[in-house]
Design a protein around this ligand. Structure first.
Ligand SMILES: Cc1cc2nc3c(=O)[nH]c(=O)nc-3n(C[C@H](O)[C@H](O)[C@H](O)COP(=O)(O)OP(=O)(O)OC[C@H]3O[C@@H](n4cnc5c(N)ncnc54)[C@H](O)[C@@H]3O)c2cc1C
Length: 325
């Protein structure tokens, strides 16, 4: 069976569904192919879903700043229907710890100044006033738990940068499905439970895709939004060789721990990009704390095949929780 459209999107994660929505809204016929049964069930549903305006490149920060309003008015961006079950954005702000090895955050400050991204400089006393459970101590470099110097404090942070325009999405999978519904309202087609197994090529360009079911979708544009599988799609399309920047799948764990007793981290916590301990953390629904990794030098990187990797929890997330503690 062969069908045609203006664009085929491979992958129904947050990126694929957002592209489907924008293209369909712009009047294109779009087919989005997702191998799983539901949208957003790939890396998106495991994301910490932090939204922020501070990035270490000018282009990255400019893009984030220009897209931030979509999250602030999610129903408006989607053109949501009355009573539609929507993900929500929680703006809690983000601290960025500053110390010698990250240049005291001056790069971020320069970019924020250039792009008019709001931020404040917080002294350790101000950090304590905003978040009494945070110790603005200095622990860098991150260490493994068996290191005798683990947890030893070397003085205090000089300051942290606080970016108020930052927060998180309470349910990234639901946000993806919101985009899917919005795209469908503009006529986009979603082929769920269908895997792309080949990318068709015509005159020195793509011409469509072949699905595992044998179905063929013809299109002059094929968008690779396959997340951690994107390198496999590039291989299918035969374009890997010409790429300067390639992708690989990295396995990472996120610790999910309760808030310290007597403190409501969900209501009163904030996000912290805590390079001083090689991690980041944020409030989570249900008065929990999510603790992710910024891949410090002492931690091995776990490159995996996204179709075949260990899905069990290991000591990685425990170590992240210990560092945050
Ligand atoms: C632990 C963790 C924490 C993160 N935290 C943050 C954060 O705080 N903030 C932030 O902005 N980002 C964060 N990220 C990154 C963010 O989650 C991803 O950038 C984003 O979700 C990627 O979306 P995607 O649509 O590109 O990929 P995915 O959500 O992985 O979607 C790709 C889809 O393609 C499908 N697919 C793959 N191959 C095929 C095929 N051949 N045929 C059909 N379908 C296929 C997959 O099933 C999948 O659903 C985090 C990621 C992780 C893993």
């Amino acid at each position: 069976m062969t069908e045609s459209c203006d664009a085929v999107i491979i992958g129904g994660g947050i990126i694929g569904c957002a592209i489907a929505y924008e293209l369909a809204k712009g009047g294109r016929t779009v087919a989005c192919v997702e191998k799983n049964a539901v949208a957003g069930s790939g890396s998106t549903c495991n994301s910490c879903a932090i939204i922020r305006t501070h990035y270490s490149t000018l282009n990255g920060a400019a893009l984030a700043k220009s897209n931030y309003p979509f999250w602030e008015d999610w129903p408006g961006y989607l053109g949501a229907e009355d009573g539609e079950f929507l993900a929500s954005y929680r703006e809690v702000g983000c601290c960025y710890t500053c110390f010698e090895s990250n240049g005291y955050g001056t790069k971020l400050e320069d970019i924020a100044n250039e792009l008019d991204i709001p931020y404040e400089v917080w002294t350790p006393a101000k950090v304590r006033a905003h978040l009494p459970i945070m110790n603005p101590g200095h622990f860098h470099p991150a260490k493994t738990a068996d290191d005798p110097a683990f947890g030893e404090q070397n003085g205090e942070m000089r300051y942290v940068l606080f970016f108020p325009k930052a927060g998180y999405i309470n349910d990234p999978m639901l946000a993806t499905q919101n985009l899917q519904s919005a795209a469908k309202r503009h006529g986009a087609t979603f082929l769920m439970g269908e895997r792309v197994v080949d990318v068709l090529k015509g005159d020195a360009r793509v011409s469509g895709v072949v699905l595992e079911s044998g179905r063929r979708l013809l299109a002059p544009v094929v968008v690779n939004a396959a997340g951690p599988h994107s390198y496999k799609v590039n291989d299918m399309a035969g374009v890997t060789e010409g790429m300067n920047i390639r992708t690989r799948a990295l396995r990472v764990e996120v610790a999910h721990v309760p808030s310290p007793e007597g403190f409501d981290f969900e209501a009163d916590g904030l996000i912290c990009s805590d390079a001083d301990i090689g991690g980041y953390w944020r409030p989570e629904v249900g008065n929990k704390i999510l603790i992710g990794s910024e891949e410090p030098e002492c931690d091995p990187l776990d490159w995996v095949d996204p179709d075949d990797y260990n899905t069990e929890v290991t000591d990685q997330s425990r170590l992240q929780a210990l560092r945050a503690a």
